[in-house]
Design a protein around this ligand. Structure first.
Ligand SMILES: Nc1nc2c(ncn2[C@@H]2O[C@H](COP(=O)(O)OP(=O)(O)OP(=O)(O)O)[C@@H](O)[C@H]2O)c(=O)[nH]1
Ligand SMILES: [Mg+2]
Ligand SMILES: [Zn+2]
Length: 291
């Protein structure tokens, strides 16, 4: 019977079949060894009889998959960053974008809590103006941007990702009238408290699905050849053909058209600055891996 995995907790999975019924199932040993089922996976199951658990027999081919958050078959990753506490880590936002693009998943950037700091929200949106991520601002408190975001996500499978406390679960509640658990920020350090503990896929009106994921406080990019990082920066594309060196890292090479565009203000300097930091970090880790 074909089903989709909504949730996995402590070795159990909850799989929704085509008739709308949810089955508690476990993964067969060979699956656990080869590749673990992920939330969003389409699977073949044999449901259990009565009180018995059923089994996942096989995982159907994946359209795409992400490592962080660990989900499969996603149409779009909605990165949520707050315009107020917790202070957004924009390098983490950039790394999330790189990971998603490398997995061929669309990216959207949503600035949450706009009711708390309009100015900061505008500043962040401006940094991502060329990044092909349809930057949007929302407030789950005032309702600003909620209808527009809902329309943009309609009929798609979307995973919300970002720092703990950014307001992901609150936003899903505002979008779809749900009652997911949300949490305060820790008062001393203005950080989230990791309220959401596991990934959960929720079918919503309009034929789409939304995925709530646990926030993180640290995110590493997968290790890959540093020369490929620039390919996840759409704002570089119009310029990079004119760089003197090919390929060019757009970091410290002379006659770099991308850096010229940064100087001219066409490419955002903060976003480029963080790109160079991520590049240096990746060079280090790439070297460690192959030496
Ligand atoms: N003022 C304001 N507060 C918000 C808004 N959205 C969320 N919050 C608050 O931010 C805090 C964290 O919200 P959550 O939805 O639990 O955050 P989360 O991203 O799901 O966090 P984790 O589950 O830990 O990853 C809560 O106290 C919310 O009430 C908003 O639009 N405006
Ligand atoms: Mg949450
Ligand atoms: Zn260059």
């Amino acid at each position: 019977m074909q089903s989709i995995i909504l949730r996995g907790i402590g070795g159990f999975y909850y799989a929704l079949d085509e008739a709308g019924e949810v089955h508690q199932v476990r993964a067969q040993r060979k699956l656990r060894r080869d590749r673990k089922p992920k939330v969003g996976d389409r699977v073949e199951i044999s449901p259990g009889e009565g009180e018995e658990d059923g089994w996942i027999l096989s995982i159907l081919p994946r359209k795409n998959e992400l490592v962080r958050p660990p989900v499969a078959n996603i149409d779009v990753v909605v990165i949520v960053a707050a315009a107020a506490a917790p202070l957004p880590d924009l390098q983490m936002v950039d790394r999330l974008m790189i990971n998603a693009r490398r997995s061929h998943v669309d990216v959207m950037l949503v600035i949450s809590k706009c009711d708390l700091d309009e100015g900061f929200a505008a500043d962040i949106l401006n940094q991502y103006r060329g990044a092909s991520c349809s930057p949007m601002r929302v407030s789950s408190k005032t309702g600003e941007g909620i209808e527009a975001l809902k329309a943009a996500l309609r009929g798609r499978v979307c995973a919300l990702a970002g720092q703990s406390g950014a307001g992901k679960s609150t936003l899903i509640n505002a979008l779809y009238g749900l009652d997911l658990e949300t949490g305060d920020l820790s008062r001393k350090i203005d950080r989230g408290k990791n309220t959401t503990r596991s990934c959960q896929l929720i079918p919503v009106e309009g034929g789409g699905m939304v995925l709530d994921t646990p926030g993180f406080s640290l995110l590493e990019t997968d290790v890959f050849d540093p020369v490929e990082i620039k390919d996840s920066y759409p704002e570089f594309i119009p310029f990079e053909g004119n760089c003197f060196f090919q390929p060019c890292y757009h970091a410290s090479e002379p006659k770099c058209a991308v850096r010229d565009a940064v100087e001219a203000g066409t490419i955002d300097p903060d976003r480029h600055g963080r790109y160079v930091e991520i590049l240096q970090d990746m060079r280090q880790r790439w070297k460690e891996r192959y030496n």
